[in-house]
Each structure stands twice: as structure tokens, then as C-alpha cells.
Design a binder for this molecule. Structure first.
Ligand code: G1P
Ligand code: ZN
Length: 543
């Protein structure tokens, strides 16, 4: 087997975003595109020689080919070993766990999360560091720098490694260990929760349904929910991972998980419904007739985590991304927990978790997780919910209403305006940024503006900073509007408008979210001049 030196030139735009490098699959399939980025990862981490890495992903189209390229480039770079999930599959949280459990130098996850997959859809490559979490800005910055100056890369000429067969083989001088992607992760889950109590609840007639959306969590959910917890066979739907996710978006929200939503709104709805995304780090929780907003789910889990064995000694602190509703802060305040507000993206939770300041974190975008790994974790959230339900004896709807009665309700929605011309989206943000200082005191759509600023963050652990992380406008009475541009899209810009209002009046707990947010929505459009800049009056998605 020969190592080949290939000459190359940089590609524009190989800049890791909120979560790794995401591009159209066709772009990744262009000659040298993937190779350039992988070689730049090696540069960004000080070379791959002597290192041990984990490799896996959500099984989307092109993952199998990409995995072989990465293995051959790792071997050519002198890596000691790569641990690969069978079939190149590993959910994002399972990859994070494997990195930590085996003490590796990091890992590569092949995924574009909840974005659709296929030759005309999206692909992604993300590097995680030795703590199991997404590479911090400092590392992604070095990787990006390397992509701009790259002149060549090294790759081994070799046959494909058989990634279907569990066991150890070698590729040149490098060891390749193919592992069962599910077992270690399932054991970890079993160590955190009271499986006996959940099993008893299910045996007593509690019915659940989980939608794996033809993505990676199918085998994990089957093992955990059906095999280990005794849920009826077929409780996990769309359970076989497919390279194109069955043609849909593997995005657990009421629109893309419509089948699940219908089941949960039917006459004979199960007691609990849930879904996860392409790579298994997101979650959606649904009760009979009730979608639980992710920001509420975070707050409810933080308030009740002590019912699960792993959190019996308390959760110490809770962190949320800035656009996430402030429901979790109220739990923290009332229960004497530390509370942190971080920029969007899981990487910002890493230091807080490593430092033991928080044990539970979450984002409004259906991400919740804890200190057992360094990624958000969809099935973890599902299992903690089940543990809380089993231990409290309450149903989903009752638990949510009890929570609102105790803490008030932070009514919440995110409006996405997709496929906007990048220059126009940036102009909207620049325009509003320039007017922020003049906003306080003004009245818009019947609401007085109390404060307005641009969010910037200083990490309390290592002092690193992140500027320009979103514009915040606070309204009298507890309302809030946040605007930022997505960092995960692959075409044009997506403007995210996060809308929030507060009520402590139990008569308003049952109101329709969009209706209840009417004033805040009107204020957001007026303040940000959305139609003027983008021509849009309605969002593409209301999450
Ligand atoms: C989106 C979400 C963010 C999440 C990220 C990765 O990023 O908003 O919360 O961490 O996906 O799953 P965005 O597109 O907003 O930059
Ligand atoms: Zn994901």
C-alpha cells in the first residue's frame, strides 16, 4: 500500500459554522473537496500522527464513501487507530460517549443533523475534541485557516475497509476497530435512569411512540425502548436508517414529524410521543394533544431531574442558549441553581459542563442534554421524561400544567425566514444594530421597549469571547424579541426571529401560542423592518 501525495488548491468557504462544515452533498463529492477539509482538520489539531479517533455518522448518502476516504487519510497521516461505528453509523451523542469512554483524541462525525440527505441535499463533517464535544472556536478557526492555504494532502492507496464486520483490522500501519454503535450508549443510558420504574410503568399499560424519522436513532430506540424497557414492538416507527431519510427532513418538529403529531392528537393517542433528528441529538416531546415547546421541556427536566438516579444529588446549574426562553432561568432562581446564557451552538456548553458548573443544558431548537456526554442527546431527553413520568405518576399534560402553575408560562415561538439573499439578511441585521440604542422607551405595536442590545459572551471558564451573537429587544411585561442569522444553512441566509412573552395567569396557559404572541410578532416586524428588507410578511417555518 502506497501513500500518495496529492497537490491541491483551496476551496472557497470551507468555514465550519454553528456545527461543523455543512454543504450540498454534490459539493462534498467534488474531487478533493472532502480531502482538503479533512487534511485541514489534521492541520488544525496539530497533525493526526499517533492519534486515536472515533468515526461515525448518521448514515446519510455519501457517508460510506466519506468514511473510507477519512480512514485512508488518517492512515496516511500516521494515526494510531480509528474506532468506527459498524456501517459508519454512530449517533452524535453515541460518538461523543465513545470518544470519552475510550479516551481518544477526538472524533469525526459525518452528519448534517436535521437537514435532508441525498445527492441533491446536504452533507456535513464535524470534528469533536477529546472531551467529546464539538471543537471550540479556537480549533475550528485553525481548521478554517488551513483550508485557505492548503497545497496538498496525503492519502493511502488501499482497498475499502469492511465496515460491516465488527472487529479489528489494519489499514497500512493503522488499526481500525469496528464496533457495535448501540451497545455502549445503551449501557450508559441504563446507568443514568431508573429503568425498573420505567419498565413497570410500561408494563402497567403506559403507551409510547417514538419516531426515528428513518434516521440514526432507529436501532438505538429499538434497543432501549422496546428491548430493554419492554415497549410494544413497533413503538419505534421509521426505525431503519436510510441514506435519504425516506425523502423527508429528519427534523423533529410538528411539521416534519407530522405522522407522529397526528398519532398524538388522535382519539386513542398514546401517553407519550417523541422523535429525534438525523444524527440523534435533537428531541421532540409530545403528550396526548400537546406539543411541549423545547424551552419548556428544558425547564421541566431541570426542575424534575432529581427524580432520576443520575441527578439525585442535584443538577447544580442549568445553561441555555441566549435565544432559548427564560423558563429555565425561573427554575434555577427558585431552586438555587446557577444559570448561564450562552451563544447558540452546543460548543458553548462544553466548558461549563467540563468545569462542573452545570449538569443540564438546552436550546430552543429541540436540543437538551447533560454532563454524561458533550453533545445534546435526543434519547437521553426521552428517557429522562419517561423517568420523571414514572417517578411522579403524572402524565405529560399534567406535568406541564403543574410546571406553569408553579413558575408561570414563557410563551414561545421561533419564526424562520428561509432562503433570503445573504446581502439582504445582513443589511437587515446591520440596520437594526445601528438603531438599537434608540429603541428603549419607544412604544411599538402597543408594547414599550425596555432595553435592546447585541449579545456577546465571555466564557466564565477560559475567558474566551464571542461577539455579535444576536440582537435582543426586551419588551415591558416580560416580552422579548431576538434576531440572528442561522449558521447552519447551505443556501442563502435564514433569518431567525425568536418571540417570547410571559404570563402568570392560569386562564392564559391554554392559549394558542401564535395568537398569544400576536403583539410581540407585530412588534418584531415593525422594529426589524422585515418586509422592507426581505419582502417577506410571513415566515416559512413557525417552530
Ligand atoms: C441551529 C440551531 C442551534 C443548534 C444548531 C445545531 O443553528 O438554531 O440551536 O445548536 O442548529 O444543531 P443555527 O442554524 O440557528 O445557527
Ligand atoms: Zn442533530
Amino acid at each position: 500500500m502506497d501513500i500518495v501525495d496529492v497537490e491541491t488548491t483551496p476551496f472557497e468557504g470551507q468555514k465550519p459554522g454553528t456545527s461543523g462544515l455543512r454543504k450540498k452533498t454534490r459539493t462534498f463529492m467534488e474531487p478533493r473537496y472532502l480531502e482538503n477539509f479533512v487534511a485541514s482538520i489534521w492541520s488544525g489539531i496539530g497533525g493526526v500522527a499517533g492519534k486515536t479517533l472515533v468515526l461515525g455518522g448518521d448514515g446519510r448518502y455519501f457517508s460510506d464513501r466519506a468514511a473510507q476516504v477519512i480512514l485512508r487519510m488518517a492512515a496516511a497521516g500516521g494515526a494510531r487507530k480509528v474506532i468506527v461505528g459498524q456501517g459508519a453509523l454512530l449517533s452524535t451523542p453515541a460518538a461523543s460517549h465513545l470518544i470519552r469512554k475510550r479516551g481518544t483524541d477526538g472524533g469525526i462525525i459525518l452528519s448534517a443533523s436535521h437537514n435532508p440527505g441525498g445527492p441533491e441535499e446536504d452533507f456535513g463533517v464535524k470534528f469533536n475534541t477529546a472531551n467529546g464535544g464539538p471543537a471550540p472556536e479556537e480549533v475550528t478557526g485553525r481548521i478554517h485557516e488551513a483550508t485557505r492555504t492548503i497545497e496538498g494532502y496525503r492519502i493511502l492507496e488501499a482497498q475499502d475497509v469492511d465496515l460491516e464486520r465488527i472487529g479489528t483490522t489494519s489499514l497500512g500501519e493503522m488499526e481500525v476497530e469496528v464496533v457495535d454503535p448501540v451497545a455502549d450508549y445503551a449501557d450508559l443510558m441504563e446507568s443514568l435512569f431508573d429503568f425498573a420504574a420505567i419498565r413497570e410503568m410500561i408494563a402497567g399499560g403506559f403507551r409510547l411512540t417514538f419516531d426515528a424519522m428513518h434516521a440514526v436513532t432507529g436501532p438505538y430506540a429499538r434497543e432501549l425502548l422496546e428491548t430493554r424497557l419492554g415497549a410494544a414492538e413497533g413503538s419505534v416507527r421509521n426505525a431503519v436508517p436510510q441514506p435519504d431519510f425516506g425523502g423527508g427532513h429528519p427534523d423533529p418538529n410538528p411539521i416534519w414529524a407530522r405522522e407522529l403529531m397526528e398519532a398524538m392528537h388522535a382519539e386513542d393517542a398514546p401517553d407519550f410521543g417523541a422523535a429525534s433528528d438525523g444524527d440523534g441529538d435533537r428531541n421532540m416531546i409530545v403528550g396526548p394533544g400537546m406539543y411541549v415547546a423545547p424551552s419548556d421541556s428544558l425547564a421541566i427536566l431541570a426542575a424534575n431531574a432529581e427524580l432520576a438516579p443520575a441527578y439525585r444529588d442535584g443538577v447544580r446549574g442549568v445553561a441555555r442558549s441566549m435565544p432559548t426562553s427564560r423558563a429555565a432561568d425561573r427554575v434555577a432562581e427558585k431552586n438555587g441553581l446557577a444559570a448561564y446564557e450562552t451563544p447558540t451552538g452546543w460548543k458553548f456548553f462544553g466548558n461549563l459542563l467540563d468545569d462542573g458548573r452545570v449538569r443540564i443544558c438546552g436550546e430552543e431548537s429541540a436540543g437538551t442534554g447533560a454532563d454524561h456526554v458533550r453533545e445534546k442527546d435526543g434519547l437521553w431527553a426521552v428517557l429522562l421524561w419517561l423517568n420523571v413520568l414514572a417517578a411522579s405518576g403524572k402524565g405529560v399534560v399534567e406535568l406541564v400544567h403543574d410546571h406553569w402553575r408553579e413558575y408561570g408560562r414563557d410563551i414561545y415561538s421561533r419564526h424562520d425566514f428561509e432562503g433570503i439573499e445573504t446581502a439582504k439578511a445582513e443589511a437587515l441585521i446591520d440596520d437594526l444594530r445601528g438603531r438599537l440604542a434608540d429603541l428603549p422607551g419607544r412604544e411599538v405595536a402597543g408594547r414599550r421597549i425596555e432595553a435592546a442590545d447585541e449579545f456577546s459572551y465571555t466564557d466564565p471558564v477560559d475567558g474566551s469571547t464571542a461577539a455579535a451573537q444576536g440582537l435582543r429587544i426586551y419588551l415591558e411585561g416580560g416580552g422579548r424579541i431576538v434576531l440572528r442569522l442561522s449558521g447552519t444553512g447551505t443556501t442563502g441566509a435564514t433569518l431567525r426571529v425568536y418571540l417570547e412573552d410571559r404570563t402568570e395567569d392560569p386562564d392564559r396557559f391554554g392559549v394558542d401560542t401564535q395568537e398569544a404572541l400576536g403583539e410581540v410578532i407585530a412588534a418584531a416586524h415593525e422594529i426589524a423592518r422585515i418586509e422592507h428588507h426581505t419582502g417577506r410578511t410571513e415566515p416559512d417555518v413557525r417552530a
